[in-house]
Design a protein around this ligand. Structure first.
Ligand code: C5P
Length: 397
């Protein structure tokens, strides 16, 4: 970590005192820190304490000419490996979610080309406000990372989520993101995600409702744990995760080709909702309306990517499939595991809006039995799965 550094943005919240402790711990961990305080932030901690602890000048005023000549605000926003916002107030979240840049902190957030980690801290009602929820969703979709908030008693006397994560948890999140060495360092991972589009003609296709969220979250979690990660994705509307190599495909056959080209890998996670069938022929030009209804579309089977990877000569050490089931979830998924020849199946019940939704309730089915996880955000499912993958690969080594 010796050459790593963070740019810390300190918003105006009572939790800012914990940020001073965070700076101290960053220093102990050998991670450099520069800090920007918002105007409100300076009401809670002083630039003097921040600069004394960090050993660097603390920046506060966007229009200070001396600051701009020493280090322009764009350069400041890019000088570190990671931007950490702690406390991330409702205001700072709203500004970044909406692209506002009217002070040094928000300008740096908008100008940075580095990952951003936010540690929110606010009153529970502010956290639960629909506007904050919208902003959180937008920021997550834009790839902003979060640690906390925690449940607990707040300085204002209320109870609930909104307490900033503790300095050690923020440090752990920072170390995980900056990790030159994570539990999956040296591991090559392949993830498929999203739907496939199977053309009928140049403008029409058969597809499904897969959003790609779970697969993108898994690719992000594997990369965050240090894996060299390739994400082969069908058409989706979400931003590619940071530090992940993305290959975009449309059809199942393109997806298979991209996966085979990526081999050998140590672990393959097939989350894509690959179309089981495709139209036997795709017309070269748009099928015209002739007044008569079109004759039946003949469908033929697509290659099964999961089964091919599981049975291939360059079989990854660990092959994981997903099973979207609407009934007999566990029994059907266990059956699928045997048929496809993969090591694990992550099974979920898709009768409850999982497809396209934010949360997931899964069962992990392996050779040694079934483990049912509680309902979690897709991001948390991904982090847990990455940890399980790391443990399994270590055992296999
Ligand atoms: O057979 P079913 O589609 O239910 O299996 C789901 C699992 O198989 C998922 O992991 C999916 O990514 C994978 N699959 C695949 N290629 C297909 C069909 C499914 O890789 N053609």
């Amino acid at each position: 970590m010796a050459d790593k550094s963070v740019l810390l943005i300190i918003g105006g919240g009572i939790a800012a005192y914990k940020t001073l402790e965070l700076i101290r711990r960053l220093k102990e961990a050998g991670i450099g820190a520069r800090a920007i305080l918002t105007k409100a932030g300076t009401e809670f901690v002083t630039p003097l304490s921040v600069s004394a602890l960090s050993g660097n000048k603390a920046y506060t005023d966007m229009f200070s000419l001396t600051d701009e000549t020493e280090m322009g605000h764009i350069q400041l926003s890019r000088s570190a490996d990671l931007v950490v916002v702690a406390p991330a107030t409702a205001d700072l979240m709203a500004k970044l979610a909406n692209g506002l840049a009217n002070d040094l902190a928000s300008t740096a957030l908008l100008a940075t080309d580095k990952p951003i980690l936010m540690a929110p801290a606010m009153n529970v009602r502010m956290w639960n406000n629909e506007a904050t929820k919208r902003n959180l969703k937008t920021l997550k979709n834009d790839g902003v990372l979060f640690v906390g908030p925690n449940d607990g008693e707040m300085a204002c006397g209320e109870f609930g989520p909104g307490r900033m994560a503790e300095p050690e948890a923020i440090l752990a999140a920072i170390q995980a993101i900056l990790a030159v060495r994570g539990p999956l360092t040296g591991i090559k991972a392949l993830v498929t995600a999203g739907p496939t589009y199977e053309p009928l003609d140049p403008v029409r296709f058969l597809a499904n409702r897969s959003s790609g969220r779970q697969g993108y979250a898994i690719a992000a979690a594997l990369a965050a744990a240090g894996a060299e990660t390739l994400l082969v994705s069908g058409p989706v509307e979400i931003a590619p995760p940071r530090h992940v190599k993305l290959v975009r495909v449309e059809t199942a056959r393109e997806m298979l080709a991209a996966c085979e080209a990526a081999l050998p890998v140590d672990v393959a996670v097939c989350t894509a909702a690959v179309a089981d069938w495709r139209p036997e022929t795709a017309a070269g030009s748009k099928i015209k309306k002739t007044g008569e209804e079109p004759s039946a579309i003949k469908l033929i089977a697509n290659p099964d990517i999961l089964a091919r990877l599981s049975g291939g000569v360059q079989r990854p050490t660990l092959v994981i499939g997903f099973a979207a089931e609407t009934e007999n979830v566990i029994a059907n998924a266990a059956d699928k595991r045997r048929k496809k020849g993969c090591d694990w199946i992550v099974a979920n019940d898709v009768t409850t809006g999982v497809m396209g939704g934010e949360r997931n309730k899964v069962h992990l089915i392996s050779g040694s039995g079934t483990e049912s996880w509680p309902e979690l955000e897709k991001g948390e499912v991904a982090v847990r799965l990455a940890a399980r993958i790391a443990a399994a690969l270590e055992q296999a080594a």
